[in-house]
Design a protein around this ligand. Sequence first.
Ligand SMILES: C[S@@+](CC[C@H](N)C(=O)[O-])C[C@H]1O[C@@H](n2cnc3c(N)ncnc32)[C@H](O)[C@@H]1O
Length: 394
Amino acid sequence: MQYEPSSSLPQPDETSAQHCARVTAHIQAAIVAAGGQISFAQFMHEALYAPGLGYYNAGSIKFGAAGDFTTAPEVSTVFGKVLARQFAEVLEGIENGEILEFGAGSGKLVVDMLKAFEDMDALPAVYNILEVSADLKQRQEALLRAEVPNLVDRVHWLSAMPANFDGVIVANEVLDALPVERFVRRDAGVFQLCVTTDGESFSWSEVPAPERLASSVFEIEAGLGRTLADGFVSEVSLAAPNWVADVGNCLRHGAVFLFDYGVSQREYYATDRSDGWLRCHFRHHAHSDPLIYAGIQDLTAWVDFSAVANAAISSGLDILGYQTQSQFLMGGGLELEMQNFAALPLQQQVALSGQIKTLTLPGEMGENFKCIALGRGDTVTPTAFQFADRTQTL
Ligand SMILES: C[S@@+](CC[C@H](N)C(=O)[O-])C[C@H]1O[C@@H](n2cnc3c(N)ncnc32)[C@H](O)[C@@H]1O
């Protein structure tokens, strides 16, 4: 996601404020029903995915200039073109290989990739989408009908992960949208940060961590070779390793490409990172208070890519590579997208240069975003990973 850091947030308009009040009431009722507090993971789940209410399920614009944040496919079609070229290398070695995209957002990536596959004469027979938001699914279909009416029949929306999938699986900024647990380490043990309410607003509360959360934190400490300091606050995604395991179980032959902003476990739990990795996005302003603007702001947490790699290995997947988004794009043939640059009108040259800077510069999306590629079976490692690989840093 691309955003402008901000300390002063814009005020929601009246419609958004009314929606926020409905979501707040819904979560407050869940807190009362649970006896006074819910885990942060449940709060995040309700705020993002409560049917008809949550941020991803309730019809706001979200993506692009008129929304709250901009993702790589929304920045430039170049992103989808490079991905399609890399995925075609993998698909070439898989009989009847298909694509499966998780969390397709506005549908921009599927449109860009289908156009690129068509240009390469390498269209997969089926492009599957698994999307949890009914609202976004409708928008994806509308965009496909408008942009690639001749290819829309190839797109199938799934309601569950398929069994024995052969082909390429891709998810851009999906792992960061999975609910995370928040904890505080104290000398006395691990405590779960929960969300409570006074009937008006939300606030944090602290309870001894349930077994699964506590043992995850102890495992992290064992891996780091040290105990986290008293008062250290951070997040653990219990959902991400399960999701990776499910994806691993559904893949029979092929590769999985996960793009997201994230770091290794060592960096995630570094001593100077004592306030965690939660980020909230509202109208292109980033901040770190997830307890406001319920249902009208995006909530995300950076990804612990070491945990992703461990879950993949436990599911019998191979790590094909791990690198920054910038390395993936440059190694994956970004320069081919510049071939006709000189022939473009000046305005388009300026626009394309700006898009490529946003996708690749270290201070923009280039370094915070990573790509991990996982494989099963006799799978080609795409060219991008021959350019650079940081797997040993995980
Ligand atoms: C931050 S948006 C990214 C959208 C899009 N991939 C992009 O790059 O613009 C997160 C997307 O993941 C979807 N999502 C969240 N959890 C999911 C899950 N468990 N399975 C599939 N999609 C999910 C959301 O509905 C949304 O479409």
